[in-house]
Design a protein around this ligand. Structure first.
Ligand code: ADP
Length: 342
């Protein structure tokens, strides 16, 4: 070994992150440094007989394989988080950055650097739990304040000015309440406490009930019917319909109509909510389901929003083993679809 190689070897051995190489064809490990031995609990000899699928938890394997096949075509370093199984059976979250090593212009190995992120994950979880608690604590007094405003409105029926102030107070409180409810849902999802309670639901009835909550004015048409009841979480599915409808109303001109269509197809129900507003650009269509994402048009317009609703809807539908997607060709409106198994 040359002096330079020796220096690199020493450097690799003294790092606190695990460094390893993987054969790009067989996905067997081919080397590991000392930090890797400490992180995995395996000796170097034990480790290099193992395959990636024996070390990474099965649910993360599709992601790892996707990253590996991407790297065969790109020379970029990719960073992603997965969980690994130590020799003693303990699971630990790790952050992996890896890059392809080439020989004769072909990737023959992958070099990976893995960092134990257990502490970071604990802190992240504590932060989410804390946020969830705070949100809950604000929500309770707010709910009772909403109730008292409602009572006052009924009592002050003839005092026009007071009624107007109360109306404004009521709508401000309703938007804080909606924001808190959404934040609570998201924190529950992140800490794995978001639950769905299934019971039998007549979707036709549920949609009519949701439409009634918007009052008499909106021009909403329903086309089609579902013939079978679904086994779903009623309030969560209503939340999705409510969200799609309020977006359709919010983002399209007041005089335009909205069409809800119900179809049954191969053990699936497909619900679509079509509006005739400005539509959504192709580049925004994928991202609008991401947390906090709002299209430039939406964020520059008067319409208020936080980019939480569609993220929550997607998660609710995913938990029901369904799908949520959008089709839109601006400027002729958007159609949001969701499917649910029958
Ligand atoms: P919010 O409406 O509070 O911003 P959402 O998560 O419900 O949050 O929606 C995310 C973004 O998707 C919106 O900010 C808007 O840019 C876009 N969007 C959603 N529904 C529609 C629609 N019917 N027409 C046009 N844009 C929409």
């Amino acid at each position: 070994m040359s002096k330079k190689e020796d220096r690199y070897q020493q450097l690799v051995e003294n790092l606190t992150d695990a460094i390893y190489t993987v054969d790009s064809n067989t996905l067997h490990f081919t080397s590991l440094n000392s930090a890797g031995e400490r992180m995995t609990g395996f000796s170097r000899d034990e480790f290099i007989k193992k395959n990636v699928s024996e070390i990474i938890l099965p649910e993360y394997l599709p992601l790892v394989k996707k990253m590996i096949s991407r790297k065969r075509n790109e020379a970029l370093t990719t960073v992603y988080e997965v969980e690994m199984i130590r020799k003693d059976g303990r699971r630990i979250p790790i952050e992996v950055s890896s890059v392809a090593l080439y020989e004769n212009n072909k990737p023959h190995e992958f070099l990976g650097i893995a960092r134990d992120i257990t502490e970071r994950k604990i802190i992240e979880k504590q932060r989410e739990v804390f946020l969830s608690l705070i949100t809950h604590e604000i929500k309770n007094p707010l709910t009772s304040a909403i109730l008292f405003v409602d009572l006052l409105q009924k009592k002050l029926k003839k005092d026009k000015k007071s009624l107007e102030y109360l109306h404004q107070l009521s709508s401000s409180m309703a938007s804080i309440n909606k924001l808190l409810t959404d934040m609570l849902d998201i924190t529950q999802m992140r800490i794995g406490r978001f639950q769905i309670n299934k019971s039998s639901l007549d979707l036709n009835e549920a949609i009519s009930d949701v439409i009634k909550t918007f009052g008499n004015s909106p021009n909403i048409k329903i086309e089609g019917k579902v013939t079978k009841n679904l086994l779903v979480d009623k309030s969560r599915i209503c939340q999705v319909i409510m969200n799609l409808l309020s977006n359709a109303l919010k983002y399209s001109p007041k005089d335009k109509s909205i069409v809800i269509t119900l179809t049954e197809k191969e053990k699936k129900v497909i619900v679509s909510v079509q509006d005739f507003g400005p539509g959504i650009l192709q580049t925004d269509q994928k991202q609008i389901f991401d947390l906090f994402y709002r299209s430039i048009d939406a964020s520059q317009s008067e319409t208020k929003g936080h980019g939480l609703g569609l993220f929550i809807c997607k998660e609710i539908i995913k938990q029901h083993k369904g799908k949520l997607w959008v089709k839109s060709t601006p400027p002729s409106g958007s159609t949001f679809y969701f499917s649910l198994p029958i």
